[in-house]
Design a protein around this ligand. Structure first.
Ligand code: FAD
Ligand code: NAG
Ligand code: NAG
Ligand code: NAG
Ligand code: NAG
Length: 450
């Protein structure tokens, strides 16, 4: 084949064909991009950034829409984690290994895996830049980069994790340390923190406290422990129905909750935690701990900060109902990296994946997106070794419960849902692009009782 032929076979459509919404003037006139190199593929019809919950679910769905050979995922990590399991790891309930699978095994077969980090987005040219200074072009882009953890924003961390008595269930590196700190507990303060930033799974920081309380009771050490939840927030939970139920539990179990206080420093060699009082700037308090569980400050991935696709805070700027980007109609966002005003969870990703699949398909067929995401999210609040309050709610912080029972009651059935059923649903349905959230089940459950 001649050089000219090779070049021609790499033509990719750059822009000009998208459906424009009123006010969307971003797309320039029709133009063509000629790829310089054809050896490594540098164009995919659908490019997915991130191989987490949202990225893998969308790759599977896009493979069904356009064929595996037209889809690629950019993801540097060799391992895919089912993060919700981390709350249960260690408590003897689950092992860390149970939450991990090789990335290659979850990427749908035939879909290209580009093993690199994305270092810049260039939506005006329908391309992204990789670590080695090469570009990949796309017709449609799906951004699913998750949320970044920032332990380093707390003075004394992450080095502090080299000392005992401190752990964090939020990262695979420190999750097993939490369990060790709990087993070593002798006497004193057990402190659980919540940062002054958006977080993923806002219930996890307190789930860990309830499990610790249960463990200390089981081992006869509870009377020696002063358990406190020092949170940056002004309330225990965003939805009143569940907040009321949690406050009851907190009272019954003699747990102390302190609002508006934010962990700013850890002196791990002396087992001291320093908090600032968010209502009184400059006022700090130092606490000695026998065990400290840190929920780190979080924020958008670095590549999104000041990127053309992000809002002023660094989150991907999408329409909250269709998940289409507000200015680039061929760009879409899903999951923790977006500015969707709902609680960041895998359950929310599931509901979003069903909506986004329909949005993208309509755009591909030059139609307007119509399916609407209602903000559905869910947080199984583990309140003991076999008890769960299954919080489910929408954009208006209104409960949106799947089962026709009062889910604000602690229930054993819901624990089995969380510990045993959800992982199956995650690996076999969500990641394979077959689980779009519980809405159909909810309708069925509620209907069947009417
Ligand atoms: C302790 C804990 C408990 C939780 N409990 C629950 C629960 O009970 N229920 C629930 O529904 N959810 C829970 N969650 C939240 C849930 O895990 C997340 O909301 C979900 O994984 C979000 O999916 P995502 O695709 O947006 O991001 P992720 O799954 O985090 O995936 C993001 C991916 O992007 C990749 N990436 C990042 N930067 C780049 C880059 N520059 N280039 C290329 N790739 C990049 C990352 O490597 C990662 O693979 C919990 C989370 C934690 C940590
Ligand atoms: C750059 O990295 C990507 C992903 O690892 C790879 O496919 C590509 O061949 C690399 N390009 C060059 C020029 O090294
Ligand atoms: C990318 O697009 C911008 C604006 O459309 C243009 O000015 C610039 O030259 C393009 N850059 C590359 C490398 O193609
Ligand atoms: C943190 O918790 C302790 C113990 O319950 C409480 O006395 C203290 O006031 C809290 N810290 C802040 C900064 O509020
Ligand atoms: C997280 O912490 C709690 C208590 O602190 C513990 O019961 C749970 O097992 C921990 N998970 C891990 C993975 O360490």
């Amino acid at each position: 084949m001649s050089a000219v032929g090779a070049v021609f076979s790499c033509f990719c459509l750059r822009s000009g064909v998208w459906l424009l919404k009123p006010g969307m003037q971003k797309m320039s006139s029709f133009s063509l991009h000629t790829a310089a190199r054809c050896a490594a593929r540098d164009y995919y019809e659908v490019l997915v950034l991130g191989g987490g919950a949202g990225g893998i679910a969308m790759s599977a769905r896009m493979k069904r829409r356009v064929g595996a050979e037209n889809v690629a995922v950019v993801e540097p990590s060799k391992t895919h984690y089912y993060q919700p399991l981390w709350t249960l790891v260690g408590a003897g309930a689950k092992h860390l290994a149970a939450s991990a699978r090789p990335m290659g095994s979850v990427i749908p077969s035939g879909v290209a895996w580009i093993k690199s980090q994305v270092v810049a987005l260039d939506p005006d040219n329908n391309s992204v830049w990789l670590e080695n200074d090469t570009r990949v072009f796309y017709k449609y882009l799906i951004i699913a980069l998750g949320i970044s953890l920032h332990y380093e924003k707390i003075k004394g961390l992450p080095e502090g994790f080299n000392h005992p008595k401190i752990g964090s269930n939020y990262s695979a590196q420190t999750v097993e340390k939490t369990w060790r700190a709990l087993q070593d507990f002798k006497e004193g303060n057990a402190i659980f923190t919540f940062p002054n930033t958006p977080v993923k799974c806002a219930g996890a920081p307190q789930k860990i406290m309830y499990l610790s309380d249960a463990y200390l009771r089981k081992t006869g050490k509870r009377s020696k422990a002063n358990i406190m939840f020092n949170t940056s927030l002004g309330a225990i939970f965003a939805v009143k129905k569940y907040a009321d139920a949690l406050l009851e539990i907190i009272k019954d179990r003699n747990l102390a909750v302190n609002y508006k206080c934010n962990l700013i420093e850890v002196r791990a060699d002396k087992q001291e935690a320093v908090f600032e009082n968010l209502d009184k700037p400059g006022v700090t308090e130092v606490y000695q701990y026998e065990m400290l569980h840190v929920t780190p400050p979080m924020g958008p991935p670095a590549v999104l900060i000041n990127s053309p696709v992000s809002d002023a805070n660094g989150w991907v700027d999408v329409d909250k109902e269709t998940l289409q980007h507000k200015t680039y109609p061929n760009v879409f966002g899903i999951g923790d990296c977006t500015n969707l005003p709902t609680s960041k969870t895998a359950a929310a990703v599931a509901a979003q994946s069903g909506v986004l699949d329909k949005t993208v398909s309509l755009i591909m067929n030059k139609k307007f997106p119509v399916t609407k995401y209602d903000g559905y999210t869910s947080c199984p609040l583990v309140t003991g070794y076999n008890k769960v309050i299954l919080a489910e709610f929408d954009y208006n912080a209104q409960p949106l419960e799947t089962f026709p029972i009062d889910q604000s009651k602690e229930r054993r059935t819901m624990y089995h849902m969380k510990a045993d059923m959800m992982p199956l649903l995650y690996w076999n349905a969500l990641l394979k692009g077959y689980w779009g959230g519980p809405a159909p089940v909810r309708k069925l459950m509620h209907l069947s009782l009417k």
